[in-house]
Design a protein around this ligand. Structure first.
Ligand code: GLU
Length: 546
């Protein structure tokens, strides 16, 4: 068969460059020894899974830790899965969590374009070359024919796919091919595999170590009937031409590795090193079993969840690092103030089996991260969160920056011997500080209405905003004494039936009346921040209603 003629008939484009052109256009990168070129190659489906960030962080650390390059390639060849605006979602969410690309989709770079749709000519050039070499051929099978094959394979418990006796178009004669073409039958281009599933070999996976892989025998589609490549074909060419040295990707791709190995070989490309990263798992609440974090079942599988809740990006980064590298946590405990970038990330320390995700642990990390912020940094963080995900009311709270800073300094214990760790996320923090901005509707008291009224009226009668903490507390004690709240246990022991509690119970009444909460930071400071007028207003409201 005249393969050159066949190649021209199947891929008639007259504006294609030969592969040699691309080899020269995208030369090997001049980089220092050990520098890695890694990439993230998401499909623009609109959904960003925590696993995407997990893999992104590993690639980012490896690239930047080695003085190399991290690029972003958008794998948009599957138009059915494509969602409007998805590239923005990918870029903005990764940027939010601190993943900075050196090249890629919107940034550009010497090895672009970085959208697969814009690289169609390149893939077609290489596909044409494979046809010329007899390593690719047209397949005219219809959907119905393929479905019938699948059915037969399932019935007979045979390996599914297009191979061997099932690869009907593999050995079409020249006459048959040209007849089909003349009849305008739609066709795809398939790879002609030379593999044998009986043959196994050892593959070195950068994360999993030595693994056994079975040879590929599938004549996979490389160009679809619309001329657009499949993921398998496109990514092999891209990883080669973008001069990728190392690919860290999810272990769900292990199953396609044999196809990729054979494609790299057939195209004459040197393979980058591969590391297949274990997936993120969780303990299922219903049955206690360990399972993969599911997009369908688990809201925390989506990156949007962390932004809506207002997890600090650094907290997510630190937590994912603890899952990615087994010695990170110890390092971070030892040097809590050092930037994550100073940690020596090592592929050897990446887990070989599933990483267990635990939201409580992330919450602990978040508390620590927020407790290390200054009041100003926390205010900025809250503001960013509120602009994106807060209510209009919450946004309005943040307009008086001086007031907000006072509130945050108190709630975070800025300047105290030990910082408070009341904040977990921005959303939760907004809830914690809400009483500074609006009175609670129905504060719940443990004491009866008469007692509440008496305490509030007596205390507000002597309250003076100019008092320092000691004077403020003295007044509270006096009120407690006057109303029969004992300051020691003697009175309680003498007549437990008359015991009304002590000064802390009196403080609780004032606290609940002003804040709606039984636990708050220093009440005297809260009153000072709220201001005497607001305190009186809130107390009057409570007194009128109890
Ligand atoms: N486009 C693939 C995905 O969305 C990328 C797989 C790879 O990294 O090779 O997961």
């Amino acid at each position: 068969m005249d393969l050159n003629k066949l190649a021209d008939a199947l891929i008639p484009d007259d504006d294609l460059q030969p592969p040699a052109y691309y080899e020269e256009k995208y030369p090997p990168r001049a980089m220092k020894k050990g520098a890695e070129v890694t990439r993230l190659a998401p499909s623009p489906t609109g959904f960003m899974h925590l696993g995407n960030l997990y893999v992104a962080l590993a690639n980012e650390r490896i690239a930047h830790g080695s003085g190399g390059v991290l690029y972003l390639r958008i794998e948009d060849t599957d138009s059915k899965r494509k969602v409007e605006g998805a590239v923005d979602v990918i870029q903005s969410s990764l940027r939010y969590f601190g993943i900075d690309f050196d090249e890629g989709a919107e940034i550009g770079g010497e090895y672009g374009p970085y959208y697969q749709q814009q690289r169609a000519k390149i893939y077609r050039a290489y596909a044409k070359e494979l046809i010329r070499r007899g390593r690719a051929y047209p397949c005219f099978c219809t959907e119905e024919e393929l479905a019938a094959v699948r059915e037969k394979q399932t019935e007979n418990k045979l390996l599914p796919g297009y191979y061997g006796e099932f690869a009907k178009c593999r050995d079409l004669s020249e006459a048959e091919i040209y007849q089909n073409l003349a009849a305008n039958k739609p066709y795809v281009i398939r790879f002609r595999s030379e593999g044998d599933v009986e043959k196994k070999s050892v593959f070195h996976d950068e994360i999993k170590g030595e693994i056994t892989v079975t040879e590929n025998n599938q004549d996979v589609v490389i160009l679809k009937s619309d001329g657009i490549p499949t993921y398998h074909f496109a990514h092999v060419i891209d990883d080669h031409l973008m001069r990728t040295t190392l690919v860290i990707r999810g272990e769900e791709w292990l199953a396609s590795l044999p196809i990729h190995i054979e494609l790299f070989k057939a195209l004459g490309f040197r393979m980058p090193r591969y590391g297949h990263n274990c997936s993120i798992q969780k303990i299922d609440e219903t049955d206690g079993t360990r399972r993969k974090l599911s997009k369908r079942k688990d809201p925390e599988a989506s990156l949007v969840f962390y932004r809506e809740e207002g997890y600090h990006p650094l907290a997510v980064r630190i937590y994912l690092m603890t899952l990615l590298n087994s010695n990170f946590e110890e390092w971070h405990l030892k040097f809590p103030d050092k930037p994550v970038e100073e940690f020596r990330f090592s592929i050897a320390k990446m887990g070989k089996s599933g990483a267990l995700f635990d939201l409580d642990k992330l919450n602990d990390v978040s508390k620590d991260v927020l407790a290390r912020l200054s009041a100003g940094e926390m205010a900025d963080f809250l503001q960013t969160w509120a602009e994106g995900y807060g209510t209009a009311e919450q946004q309005s709270w943040l307009t008086d920056r001086d007031y907000l800073l006072q509130v945050l300094a108190l709630c975070m214990g800025v300047g105290a011997k030990k910082r408070r760790k009341d904040f977990v996320t921005a959303k939760q923090a907004a809830d914690v500080i809400s009483y500074f901005f609006r009175a609670e509707e129905n504060p719940a008291f443990r004491a009866d209405g008469e007692t509440v009224k008496a305490v509030l009226q007596n205390f507000m009668a002597v309250y003076d905003p100019a008092d320092d903490n000691a004077a403020w507390f003295d007044k509270l004690k006096k009120v407690a004494g006057a109303l029969g709240f004992a300051s020691d246990m003697k009175a309680y022991k003498a007549a437990p039936e008359n015991y009304r509690g002590n000064v802390s119970d009196v403080a609780e009444i004032v606290r609940v009346a002003l804040t709606g909460r039984a636990n708050t930071p220093d009440l005297c400071t809260i009153m000072r921040i709220l201001g005497a007028e607001e305190c009186r207003r809130r107390v009057a409201g409570v007194v009128a209603n109890v």
